[in-house]
Design a protein around this ligand. Structure first.
Ligand code: 5GP
Length: 344
């Protein structure tokens, strides 16, 4: 039995140390980034925050709302071929919308057909499995890379440096990082498997950057401060589910419970999702996600203001004029308490 003794950290375990700076206002901070992807060689410009490809948040409406602020979306994979074709055909150039898929033959064939019909309009693809450590996953990515050399591939999820390296060498441009941190994820409870998200981000970013690749920190951000910490830890992109749920742009109706407006949100491996898309939870599987009722929050626009304001402010506290400088200027301090919870 081997036990790793290094302490691994979550967002809640650290704060960012303030640094002297000459910045006078957060309006001076530029939180967009420019990247050239390692394999596809395509270039990217935008604010590198992406709505998760969950069927509540990865919607066309969310994609349009986030694009107005230069953010992106990974669409959920349950749209029909026709819906996807008409969406991508009308997609303005430069918008960060990922086509999402799993790794079954059906997923691959559907992608091929849609891609054939829309051509260049799909340039970003997100390949998503709960466990990115399997051989079938890696084989699938090789096949995809060979068939589509100039498509930007984001794939995961993994949480360790060696697997990040394997994926990047195998053709992935952006490795998606996170096992178990999600707001509606129960993987850690059901399986005991996981990795504290901030350490996963730091270690995987380091591994990816050494090979010219990028990472996307996926899951576990609960506040704008967590987003700043993920960027500070080296994340190139950040994927958000729960923080973007509960809005008008989500897929799901508003229900009234005891006079309060609520919206449903559920994990993609929850019983709810499996019943909706797979006719129930298969006998050999356990559900690894849950369903929650969130307060209805109106249009996503106001939430975005808050979220981007927080990240800009974090940059001013450490003197980062550009988001790119944030990780270089970040020193984390370990804390035993990060918030004053007296008023809840
Ligand atoms: P959040 O931002 O809500 O904390 O995390 C979103 C991420 O949680 C998603 O992008 C995805 O990686 C993960 N996720 C979504 N649904 C499930 C689920 O049912 N089970 C697990 N284990 N993870 C999920």
């Amino acid at each position: 039995m081997h036990i790793e003794q290094d302490l691994k950290l979550d967002f809640k375990d650290v704060l960012i140390r303030p640094k002297r700076s000459t910045l006078t206002s957060r309006s001076e901070v530029d939180i967009s980034r420019d990247y050239t992807f390692h394999h596809s060689k395509r270039s990217y410009h935008g604010i590198p925050i992406i709505a998760a490809n969950m069927d509540v948040t990865g919607t066309f409406a969310m994609a349009d709302a986030l694009a107005r602020q230069q953010l992106g979306v990974a669409l959920h994979k349950h749209y029909s071929e026709e819906e996807l074709v008409s969406y991508f055909k009308a997609l303005p150039a430069g918008q960060t919308t990922f086509y999402s898929m799993g790794i079954t033959h059906r997923d691959y064939d559907k992608f091929r057909r849609v891609k054939e019909r829309v051509g260049e309009a799909i340039s970003l693809v997100c390949v998503d499995v709960a466990n990115g450590y399997t051989k079938v996953f890696v084989d699938f990515l090789h096949k995809l890379r060979e068939a589509f050399p100039d498509v930007t591939i984001m794939a995961g999820n993994v949480v360790t440096g060696e697997m990040t390296e394997e994926l990047i060498i195998g053709g992935v441009d952006i490795v998606k990082v996170g096992i178990g941190p999600g707001s509606v994820c129960t993987t850690r409870k059901m399986t005991g498997v996981g990795y504290p998200q901030l350490s996963a981000v730091i270690e995987c970013a380091d591994a990816a950057h050494g090979l010219g690749g990028l990472i996307c920190a996926d899951g576990g951000c609960t506040t704008p401060g967590d987003i700043a910490k993920a960027f500070g830890g080296g994340a190139d992109f950040i994927m958000l589910g729960g923080m973007l749920a509960g809005h008008d742009e989500c897929n799901g109706e508003v229900v009234e419970i005891d006079g309060a407006k609520k919206m449903r949100f559920y994990g993609m491996s929850s019983r709810t999702a499996m019943e909706k898309y797979a006719g129930g939870v298969a006998e050999y599987r356990a559900s690894e996600g849950k369903e929650v009722l969130l307060d209805y929050r109106g249009p996503v626009e106001a939430t975005l203001q808050d979220l981007l304001g927080g990240v800009r402010s974090a940059c001013t506290y450490v003197g980062a004029r550009k988001l790119k400088e944030l990780s270089k200027r970040t020193t984390f301090i370990r804390v035993s308490q990060q918030l004053n919870e007296i008023f809840g």
